[in-house]
Design a protein around this ligand. Structure first.
Ligand code: NAP
Length: 303
């Protein structure tokens, strides 16, 4: 029997783990793939306090994991399939085992959204990618496109501009939604060309990506853009399929919590990007993780 099981090992889950363990709660953290979530795939993080020069995502996560282990959190790499309620306790069923716990913190984050255009699925791993830090180095001195207009697309375009010969930044509107500071940086980089008001209609290539067809939103005119790589950053979807029907979710699938980060089920909390909230950043994820852990401690009558 655990006091708390944290589901998800990104910044929110790791922080929740640190706080729970420091509160002397018997804590297990379950992660389905690799610790760190989206943050570990971010080349450089410039807005997390304490690192004035910026810090590589993977480096920040290594430090968080070290701290989590230091305080005695057990970590297991297993896929959580279901949360089952059992007389006030909760049973967490994974692909390997069942665990019993008094409280749960859901910190499963989100996954990338696909564009949903012809050719995308077929060419993933053959020119089409959702992770610049993983696949970017394969495109040294090549020509790549980045789709999207948010913080992710612009940040990754900056990263790719240091590797690729040329980066086309393709966005469906005439304005980016990314932070001003990132937009300003983009405008100073010579090998990034922005293509605005264009939708990606299809992705073409026989064995590998060869080109994309883009459509002008105003004139409806189509054109072909030759590319070696295409990086898609058009937002994220919450990882909440395994709790549908048990936990209240909003229309997109984000977990609805009260101000103490508790869900509709007593003793089940949510933290980080998986939660319905206004700002999804590492700084807000770690804040959520701390809050959820303290609230779990209070729920258990120890805080
Ligand atoms: P986002 O802010 O949701 O932006 C998604 C972008 O993709 C938008 O520009 C959107 O266009 C576009 N888009 C969506 N569907 C599309 C489609 N079917 N075809 C073409 N374009 C499409 O997602 P994000 O940039 O991944 O950011 C997610 C969260 O992480 C945000 O809260 C962000 O602040 C945070 N984040 C922060 C940093 C940082 O602070 N450095 C870095 C990365 C992420 P519209 O603008 O027209 O809607």
């Amino acid at each position: 029997m655990y006091d708390v099981i944290v589901i998800g090992g990104g910044p929110a889950g790791l922080t929740a783990g640190i706080y729970c363990a420091r509160a002397m709660l018997k804590t297990l953290l379950l992660e389905k793939e690799t610790l760190g979530g989206q943050a570990a795939k971010t080349p450089i993080i410039e807005n997390y306090p304490g690192f004035p020069e910026g810090i590589e995502g993977v480096n920040l996560i290594e430090r968080m994991v070290e701290q989590t282990k230091k305080f005695g959190v057990e970590i297991a790499i297993e896929v959580v399939e279901k949360i089952i309620l059992s007389n006030g306790d909760k049973i967490i069923r994974t692909d390997k085992k069942e665990y019993q716990t008094k409280a749960v913190i859901i910190a499963t984050g989100s996954r990338y959204k696909e564009l949903g255009v012809p050719g995308e699925k077929e060419l993933v791993g053959r020119g089409v990618s959702y992770c610049a830090i993983c696949d970017g180095p394969l495109f040294r001195n090549r020509i790549v496109g980045v789709v999207g207009g948010g913080d992710s697309a612009l940040t990754e375009a900056i990263y790719l501009s240091k590797i690729a010969q040329k980066v086309y930044l393709i966005h469906r509107r005439d304005q980016f939604r990314a932070a001003r500071s990132i937009q300003e940086k983009i405008s100073t980089i010579n090998n990034i060309e922005t293509i605005l008001n264009k939708l990606v209609k299809s992705i073409k290539g026989e064995k590998r990506l060869e080109s994309i067809i883009i459509v002008d939103k105003n004139s409806n005119q189509e054109s072909e853009l030759k590319l070696n790589g295409l990086f898609i950053y058009v937002g994220f979807l919450p990882n909440t399929d395994f709790i549908k029907g048990l936990i209240n979710l909003d229309e997109t699938g984000y977990v609805i919590t009260d101000e103490n980060l508790e869900t509709n089920i007593s003793g089940v909390f949510a933290a980080g990007d998986v939660r319905k909230k206004t700002l999804r950043q590492i700084a807000t994820a770690v804040g959520d993780g701390a809050m959820a852990a303290i609230m779990a401690e209070r729920y258990l009558g120890q805080g």
